[in-house]
Design a protein around this ligand. Structure first.
Ligand code: ATP
Length: 237
């Protein structure tokens, strides 16, 4: 398959196994500049494995992940982050016993030049984090923790943000707030690859979507078209 010249990320024929068990089987997908692309799939479909492999955390048995003109699939992860790709992990991954501020500073990956400006930007986007910057992250609500995880990712000044199942465990009103934040970030110029089981909300905010089942892409297309597909309710359960 030919690479779209507007692609910020191109995943090609990616296969990953845990031991002898294949988890991703020849996955190909693209994120174009300025897009929100959603990855749908039920528990165990391979969404987290795909995101971690894109970041360079897992080593694929075959395939490539082209970002910034380079195959980043085999890491190193810190170089990939410095090159402009970042992951907001499933479960948020914030450090509960550290303050909100220290969690954010960790997100800067030791690049402390311009850190005050980056902090000002994230506090502007997430005023609740500014109010709570001295508080331990463990005292935040689930939704605030998800905001912190996204804000921490922004501290590395990414061009592409991978967001793994941000709505998990959140009250509906907070889910709506998190999707609004992702749409706003996208309008500000960030490209986003989002994994979700909340099919309806994800398709409403995304430009395009891929459906993963047992480690294979079984459907792809414009989010608006997939929303009309009567099978869509099954793609997140
Ligand atoms: P969920 O929504 O439940 O997180 P997912 O689509 O993100 O699901 P993965 O977490 O990527 O799916 O898991 C895909 C498959 O790989 C599952 O069968 C899971 O049990 C298996 N798996 C994930 N991590 C490991 C690991 N470290 N070692 C062995 N098997 C793993």
């Amino acid at each position: 398959m030919e690479q779209n010249s507007n692609a910020i990320l191109s995943v090609r024929d990616l296969s990953v196994s845990y031991g002898h068990i294949p988890v991703l089987r020849g996955v190909s997908l693209e994120v174009l500049r300025g897009e929100i692309v959603v990855l749908l799939g039920s528990n165990g479909a391979g969404k987290t494995t795909l995101m971690e492999t894109i970041m360079g955390v897992n080593t694929p048995g075959a395939g490539s992940v082209i970002f910034g003109g380079r195959d980043i699939a085999r890491g190193p992860v810190d170089k990939n982050v410095r090159d402009g790709i970042t992951l907001v992990p499933e479960g948020r991954g914030v450090f509960a016993s550290m303050s909100v501020m220290d969690n954010l500073l960790l997100g800067a990956h030791q690049e402390l030049r311009g850190v005050d400006k980056k902090l000002a930007l994230v506090f502007d986007a997430f005023p609740v984090l500014a109010e709570r910057k001295s508080q331990n992250a463990g005292t935040l609500s689930g939704g605030e923790r998800q905001m912190l995880a996204i804000a921490r990712a922004l501290m590395s000044t990414p061009h592409l943000i991978l967001v793994d199942e941000p709505s998990i465990g959140l009250a509906p009103i907070m889910v709506a707030a998190i999707f609004d934040i992702l749409v706003t970030l996208n309008k500000e110029g960030y490209s986003i690859l989002l994994s979700e089981q909340n099919v309806y909300r994800a398709l409403k905010c995304a430009h395009r979507a891929y459906v993963l089942e047992s480690g294979r892409v079984i459907r792809e297309g414009r989010a608006a078209d997939l929303l009309q597909d009567h099978r869509s309710t099954y793609w997140g359960v």
